[in-house]
Design a protein around this ligand. Structure first.
Ligand SMILES: NC(=O)c1ccc[n+]([C@@H]2O[C@H](COP(=O)([O-])OP(=O)(O)OC[C@H]3O[C@@H](n4cnc5c(N)ncnc54)[C@H](O)[C@@H]3O)[C@@H](O)[C@H]2O)c1
Length: 344
């Protein structure tokens, strides 16, 4: 019989439910939930019928009954909490690894590899994202010359005013780039790696007296032999709208990573279009089948990342998104923030 993994969720805020659902979908037993606000831990435990809840996560560090934990707290506390569990529990850390690139690197250096550590990058598990990655690598789009990647989203004032950490330089580490656009940056790294040079402009145009961080950013990323534009804003009236355009000398494709993900356009020779017709039809019929589902824009791919985490633990195999992958995304975020002109 398969060994049951006993898991604990630390931080019972907005994203915690996705973790509970993903654990459940993979028969991982959520044994305990924990929040420094004990009322939140209690309410989350009651809602999900979790038998144990705690205020202080340190009680879990040496608890032999717990095999793994998820850290779903503010960005600054991710590696601070994770350090206490290194070598003792398998760890899932919500994105980003840290609010602070130096702390992220320091954490990477401390990991002895005895237990699995993954950082949430759920879109690396999306079928359309992997389809486009393979398409790029196949060479069927020719030489990629230009990529345009963007996110427009809406954040109500209370998203910031009711939070102790959002909109703060120290605890969030930035706003629209490191938080909302994390997955845009992560997808760019997944496809193309780290650019040679980045030039950015950032501003705080809507939340001036409410947050210390940027609400809007535009960057140009210069790779060895292609250019990329990246833009992100939290000031839109659209709830959540992502878009990637990949332009090559033999064709182009545009797609979203909103839930459900969708291929918007694919232009290439008739022979190349025919070659990928079945894959694209599958992706787009999945879109049609799921577009009315009341799933938040975080999507359902936490389930796939939990499946990968479980497989890595039970079969002692490599994890798909480990610290080495996460640190690259954090590096590009750092380049976007620190290689440009800023108003914030
Ligand atoms: N992958 C995604 O698509 C996605 C989507 C939303 C949020 N997130 C990430 O999830 C993380 C949490 O975001 P959120 O929106 O759920 O935040 P939140 O503020 O709603 O919840 C965070 C919770 O952590 C608790 N907490 C903080 N420090 C703690 C500690 N030391 N011990 C126990 N509990 C502690 C807080 O009390 C709070 O309840 C962030 O890193 C965010 O970027 C990821």
């Amino acid at each position: 019989m398969e060994k049951v993994i006993n898991h604990a969720i630390i931080g019972c805020g907005r994203i915690a439910q996705n973790h509970f659902n993903a654990a459940k979908a993979n028969n991982i037993n959520v044994e305990c939930c924990c929040d420094k606000d004990i009322e939140k831990a209690k309410a989350f435990a009651e809602k999900n019928k979790i038998l144990r809840y705690e205020k202080d996560y340190t009680k879990l560090i040496d608890d032999e009954h717990i095999d793994s934990i998820s850290i779903c707290t503010d960005h600054l506390s991710h590696t601070m909490i994770a350090k206490d569990f290194l070598g003792k529990k398998h760890i899932i850390i919500e994105k980003p690894l840290s609010s602070n690139f130096e702390m992220a690197k320091d954490f990477l250096n401390q990991d002895d590899g005895k237990k699995k550590v993954t950082v949430i990058s759920q879109h690396r598990f999306d079928i359309p994202v992997n389809f486009v990655k393979n398409l790029i690598n196949s060479g069927d789009l020719g030489k990629i010359t230009l990529v345009n990647a963007k996110l427009n989203c809406y954040r109500p004032d209370d998203y910031y005013t009711e939070s102790y950490w959002r909109g703060t330089k120290i605890q969030e580490g930035g706003s629209t780039v490191i938080n909302q656009s994390y997955h845009i940056v992560d997808t760019l790294v997944y496809f193309f790696g780290i650019p040679k040079k980045v030039k950015s402009f950032k501003g705080n145009f809507k939340y001036k007296n409410k947050i210390e961080t940027e609400d809007t950013c535009v960057s140009i990323l210069q790779y060895e032999d292609m250019l990329c534009t990246f833009s992100s804003t939290n000031t839109s009236i659209s709830d959540w709208k992502t878009n990637f355009e990949i332009i090559g000398t033999e064709g182009d494709i545009s797609f979203t990573i909103d839930f459900p993900e969708n291929i918007l356009e694919f232009n290439a020779s008739e022979a190349i279009k025919e070659k990928y017709k079945e894959d694209i039809d599958k992706i787009n019929s999945n879109f049609e089948d799921n577009k009315e589902l009341a799933v938040n824009y975080y999507g359902l791919s936490h389930n796939e990342q939990y499946a990968d985490f479980k497989k890595a633990i039970l079969n002692k195999q490599n994890i798909k998104v480990g610290l080495k992958e996460a640190i690259q995304t954090q590096q590009l975020i750092d380049l976007i923030y620190n290689q440009g002109d800023s108003q914030c």
